[in-house]
Design a protein around this ligand. Structure first.
Ligand code: NAD
Length: 442
C-alpha cells in the first residue's frame, strides 16, 4: 500500500492541510533506477571542503572528477563532502563547524552530506574528536532528513583505502536515498583489490535466497540489471513466482527449502554447476512473533533455522566444495531488530543479531582471498511483511525515522549492490543500515 502521506504532503493542494494538522511532511525521495554508469556522479555538483589538518581533500576531488562530478565553489550543490581527517583537537572541531555551517545553506533538497573522519585518532583527544564527527553526522542527518537530504560518514582506517569510488558513487547519489546517519569504515584491503573501473556485474554469478519475496526479488533484479547472472532460490511453494522471475532476468530458479537436511549440499552442488559464486545474498528470512514468555520452542526453532542455521550450513557447504570464488561478495540480511531488539521478536532479533556477529567473523575468513562479507540491516520497508502490521502501528513505524517514511525494497537492493561491487573491497565485516536513520537502536 503506497504511503498516502508522502503524496498528500507533496501535493500543492493538500500540503497546507497536512501542515495545518501538524502531521509529518515526508519529502518525496529522489531515487536512482539506472544501471551503474562508469561516471556515477556525472552532472552532479559537489563541494569538497577540508579542515586545515586534513590530508585527503585532493584525493577526494580527483575521485569526484574521475566519476564525472563537477567541483562547485559557488552556488547550490547536490553533495557536500567534508574531509575532517586529521581533526584531532577540540579547536579543530570548530574549524569543521566553520566549514559545514555555510555549506548547508548551499545544499539542495535531497542533497547528500558525506564526512570523512579518522578511524580512531592518535591519542585520547584525537579519539574524542573522531567520535565527535560521528555525533555531528547523526545529528545533522536528523536535521536535514525531513527535506529528503541525508548525511553519512566514512571512517578512514589505515592507509588510504581504495573503496572511495564505490563509496562516493553510493553515498553522494540517489542510490542511498534511504540511508542516513550511518558511519562506515573504509579499510585498506589485503590483498590489494583488483582495480576494476567498470562497477557493473557483467560475467559475475549471483545467488539470492528468498528471491520470491519483496527484497529478494528487488535484489535479483538490481544485480541482473547490471549484468549479473542471477540464480533465484526460494521455497518450493513459490516455484511459480521464482520461475517467472528467473525467466524475466534470464537467470535460473532453484526451488529449495533451505531448512531441509540436504539443502546446503544441494545448493553447493548447484553452485558448482554455475561455475562458482561471485555474489551471495543470504536474504531468506521469516518472523514468528510472540513475546518470549508465550513463545513456543517450535516458533523459536523455525526462525533460528531459516534465518541463521541455514546461512551457516550453506556457507560451510560452499566452502567445503570450493564454490565461493576468490573476491566473492557475501551479504546477509540482518534487521534493525537485531540491533535495537523488538518486543515480540526475541527469536527474530536473536537470529538477526547473530548474523551481524557472524558477518564480522565471516569477513575475516574471506579476506585472505579478497572476499568480503557485510550485513545489511533494513528498517521499516514497504513490503508484504509490513503491510500486515495494523494500520495505526504501521503509521507509527513508518514515521520513526529521520526521513519520516518507509523505505522501498529497491533501497535495500541498492545497498546490497553497493556492497557487491568489485571495487568495494574496503568495506567488509560491517553492518549497513537501510532505515532512513530509524530512531530505534540508533
Ligand atoms: P519476504 O517474506 O517478502 O521474503 C522472504 C523470502 O524468504 C520469502 O519469499 C520466503 O518464501 C523465503 N523463505 C522463507 N523461508 C525459507 C526457506 N526455508 N527456504 C527458502 N526460502 C525461504 O520478506 P522481505 O520483507 O522481502 O525480507 C527479506 C529479508 O529482509 C528477510 O531476511 C527479512 O528478515 C529482512 N528484513 C525485512 C524487513 C522489512 O521491513 N520487510 C526489515 C528488516 C529485515
Amino acid at each position: 500500500m503506497p504511503d498516502r502521506l508522502v503524496s498528500l504532503a507533496n501535493h500543492p493542494l493538500t500540503r497546507p492541510l497536512v501542515r495545518g494538522l501538524g502531521l509529518p511532511q515526508p519529502a518525496r525521495l529522489a531515487r536512482s533506477t539506472q544501471p551503474y554508469r562508469p561516471l556515477e556522479l556525472q552532472g552532479r555538483s559537489v563541494l569538497v571542503a577540508a579542515v586545515p589538518a586534513a590530508g585527503l581533500a585532493e584525493t577526494v576531488r580527483r575521485a569526484v572528477v574521475r566519476l564525472g562530478g563537477v567541483l562547485e565553489h559557488l552556488g547550490c550543490v547536490q553533495a557536500v563532502i567534508v574531509d575532517a581527517t586529521g581533526c584531532s583537537a577540540v579547536d579543530q572541531l570548530r574549524e569543521l563547524y566553520d566549514l559545514l555551517h555555510p555549506a548547508l545553506g548551499r545544499l539542495d533538497a535531497h542533497g547528500r552530506v558525506l564526512l570523512l573522519a579518522d578511524g580512531e585518532g592518535d591519542g585520547a583527544e584525537a579519539a574524542a574528536c573522531a567520535r565527535a564527527v560521528e555525533g555531528l553526522t547523526r545529528s545533522l542527518a536528523k536535521e536535514i532528513g525531513r527535506h529528503g537530504a541525508t548525511a553519512n560518514a566514512l571512517r578512514i582506517r589505515g592507509a588510504w583505502p581504495q573503496g572511495l569510488d564505490a563509496a562516493l558513487s553510493f553515498f553522494c547519489t540517489d542510490r542511498s536515498a534511504f540511508v542516513s546517519g550511518q558511519v562506515l569504515d573504509l579499510r585498506s584491503p589485503t590483498p590489494e583489490v583488483e582495480r576494476i573501473a567498470q562497477p557493473a556485474f557483467h560475467g559475475r554469478v549471483a545467488v539470492v535466497t528468498g528471491a520470491a519475496g519483496a527484497i529478494g526479488a528487488a535484489t535479483a533484479r538490481r544485480l541482473a540489471q547490471d549484468g549479473a547472472s542471477v540464480a533465484c532460490v526460494d521455497v518450493p511453494s513459490s516455484a511459480g513466482r521464482l520461475a517467472a522471475l528467473a525467466e524475466e532476468l534470464g537467470g535460473q530458479a532453484l526451488p529449495l527449502d533451505l531448512t531441509v537436511p540436504e539443502a546446503s549440499a544441494r545448493l553447493g552442488e548447484f553452485a558448482r554447476g554455475l561455475g562458482g559464486i561471485d555474489i551471495l545474498v543470504h536474504n531468506a528470512g521469516i518472523t514468528r512473533d510472540r513475546t518470549l514468555a508465550k513463545m513456543s520452542g517450535r516458533e523459536w526453532d523455525s526462525v533460528l533455522d531459516v534465518n541463521l542455521r541455514a546461512v551457516l550450513a550453506i556457507d560451510a557447504a560452499l566452502d567445503r566444495g570450493g564454490a565461493m570464488k576468490p573476491a566473492a561478495r557475501e551479504i546477509c540480511l540482518a534487521s534493525i531488530s537485531g540491533i535495537a531488539g523488538n518486543a515480540g521478536q526475541a527469536n527474530y532479533a536473536a537470529s538477526k543479531a547473530a548474523l551481524i556477529g557472524y558477518t564480522a567473523a565471516r569477513a575475516r575468513e574471506l579476506a585472505p582471498r579478497g572476499g568480503t562479507a557485510n550485513a545489511v540491516a533494513p528498517g521499516f520497508i514497504e513490503t508484504e511483511m509490513t503491510r500486515r502490521i495494523p494500520w495505526m502501528l504501521r503509521q507509527v513505524g513508518r514515521r520513526l525515522n529521520a526521513l519520516q517514511q518507509g523505505g522501498l525494497p529497491e533501497d535495500v537492493a541498492e545497498a546490497i549492490a553497493f556492497l557487491a561491487r568489485s571495487d568495494a573491497q574496503a568495506v567488509t565485516g560491517q553492518t549497513l543500515r537501510v532505515c532512513g536513520q530509524s530512531f530505534l537502536g540508533a
